[in-house]
Design a binder for this molecule. Structure first.
Ligand code: NAP
Length: 486
């Protein structure tokens, strides 16, 4: 259970239905990126704590997986309702720990709850197949069964959304889970577990370990009882986990980094495009895997586009996400701020033009916060760091292009393949471009790609597997083929 001393909460591990202190008896600080102050302390778990959590998940699996989809759905419905009832508390925790404006945090909570609702419904409808065979007295069928105990590792940028995208389908499918949330943002995951306990999720079915990532990751990946790892985070860490998962041929779902192209053709509705771009680029302070990172504008509309985007960027209010009317919060950490500064400085040194922003933002009373002004760079070239490295910040780099063929080639010239956007009123072009873009998701005049009804995920080095839609649950089920002679 969470304890609070001088407003600083202390979070323990959740193993086998109990809140327990870590074997190390140590805790690490969780810092508010807006104030630089310690807001909570989380348990420094290690391999041994993780082993305890795996023991619990493995022991709980037979009973949880044997329940019917409806029985599991009843418990998950209570969890969904509790999330809605406690949405403000969840949103506040997200905003305090990772900095996003409170209204965006509220949106994240609703989206996270929708993943629970969607998957509990899907869980009732898991079915198999009866296949006509070649021989009269033989019957062929396929059944689908839960994969087994699952390891889930999540990032800080959507600290609750990423948890329910994994746990909701896993639980609805009949899997048990060991979760390791990101060190910057354990609070909303802890709250979610408290709600899950209240909802009646049986002991051992979900377990939470915070602490040293490598030790926890190694313990999860080297244990044969863990049958699948589902990870959201950087491509770099994803590759390390994939290599380790290969040793035991564990199932994997990888939601990794992105470097989304955002293509604006001269016939696009510019007002709509700027609204969508500002949302996609500056929401979450640009710390989104599907954020528009390479903005390609057709040469003929460059000046008009830049002037509209500048006006929009300068209208955004930067500040502590908990304050009313704030559009852009701080970056999550000093390292995040440094990376943004490095990319902007590198671009400007190599000839990019700073249209607006380009520096830290001082918020009165929050001198320790990691704030950065919404920034626009024009005349960006392919050789600049920002053109190839994932940008995780409020920086909009503008490239120009002449033809459709040229821009599609440029958009595809990357190792990433998560999300891409195309803005045009030409229907035929929108079809051609969406089919030619080598990405897992494409938005046509739209930037909202994280919708529970659709499969979210990437190709190339952006990962494998899908979350949401019918695929989300399917990724936690194994098919079994049964052939019977009667
Ligand atoms: P990260 O550094 O890869 O961390 C993600 C998670 O992995 C955290 O819980 C982290 O723990 C853990 N981790 C780090 N090293 C590990 C290791 N050696 N073994 C096991 N676990 C390890 O990524 P991040 O900075 O938190 O998140 C940003 C990245 O996530 C971006 O690249 C973004 O594009 C990507 N992302 C992708 C999607 C998608 O759906 N494709 C969605 C959101 C974010 P600690 O926090 O304790 O270090």
């Amino acid at each position: 259970m969470t304890t609070v001393i001088n407003d600083v909460k202390t979070y323990n591990l959740y193993i086998n239905g109990e809140w327990v202190s870590p074997i190390s008896e140590s805790y690490f600080d969780v810092i508010s990126p807006a104030t630089g102050q310690v807001v909570s302390k989380a348990a420094l778990g290690d391999e041994q704590d993780t082993k305890r959590a795996i023991d619990a998940a493995a022991a709980a699996f037979p009973e949880w997986s044997a329940k019917t989809g409806r029985e599991r759905a009843e418990i998950l419905t209570r969890l969904y309702q509790l999330m809605i009832e406690n949405s403000e508390q969840l949103a506040k925790s997200i905003s305090v720990e990772m900095g996003k404006p409170i209204q965006q945090a509220r949106g994240e909570v609703m989206n996270a709850a929708e993943y629970v609702l969607w998957n509990l419904e899907e869980g009732k409808r898991v079915s198999g197949e009866v296949i006509p065979g070649a021989v009269k007295n033989r019957r062929l069928q396929v059944i689908r069964q839960p994969i087994g105990p699952v390891a889930a590792i999540t990032p800080w940028n959507f600290p609750l959304g990423m948890v329910t995208r994994k746990l909701a389908p896993a639980l609805a499918a009949g899997c048990t889970v060991v979760l390791k949330p990101a060190e910057q943002t354990p609070g909303s995951a802890i709250l979610f577990f408290e709600l899950a306990e209240k909802a009646g999720i049986p002991k051992g079915v979900i377990n939470l370990v915070t602490g040293t990532p490598q030790q926890i990751g190694d313990a999860l990946l080297s244990d044969k009882r863990i049958r699948k790892i589902t990870f959201t985070g950087s491509t770099n860490v994803g590759k390390q986990l994939l290599r380790k998962a290969a040793d035991q041929v564990k199932r994997v779902s990888m939601e990794l980094g992105g470097h989304a192209p955002f293509i604006v053709f001269e016939d696009a509705d510019l007002e709509h495009t700027i609204e969508q771009l500002a949302r996609c680029k500056f929401q979450n302070c640009g710390q989104t895997c599907i954020s528009a990172n390479r903005i390609y504008v057709q040469e003929s509309i460059k000046d008009q586009f830049l002037s509209l985007l500048k006006e929009k960027a300068e209208s955004l209010r930067v500040g502590n996400g908990l304050e009313k009317g704030v559009d852009v919060g701080p970056l999550v950490s000093k390292a995040g701020l440094n990376k943004v500064e490095e990319q902007v400085n590198n671009a400007v040194e190599q000839g990019a033009k700073l249209v607006t922003g380009g520096e830290k933002y001082e918020v009165e009373g929050h001198e320790e916060g990691y704030f950065y002004k919404p920034t626009i760079l024009a005349d960006v070239q392919d050789t600049m760091m920002i053109a190839t490295n994932e940008t995780f910040g409020p920086v909009a780099p503008i490239f120009t292009f002449k033809t459709e063929e040229e821009v599609v080639a440029k958009a595809n010239d990357t190792d990433y393949g998560l999300a891409a956007y195309c803005f045009t009123k030409d229907l035929s072009r929108s079809v051609r471009v969406s089919e030619a873009l080598e990405y897992g998701m494409v938005g046509i005049n739209d930037t909202v790609l994280s919708q529970v009804e659709g499969p979210f995920g990437g190709i190339k080095e952006s990962g494998m597997g899908r979350e949401g839609g019918t695929d989300g649950l399917a990724d936690f089920l194994e098919k079994k083929f049964i052939s019977t002679i009667i």
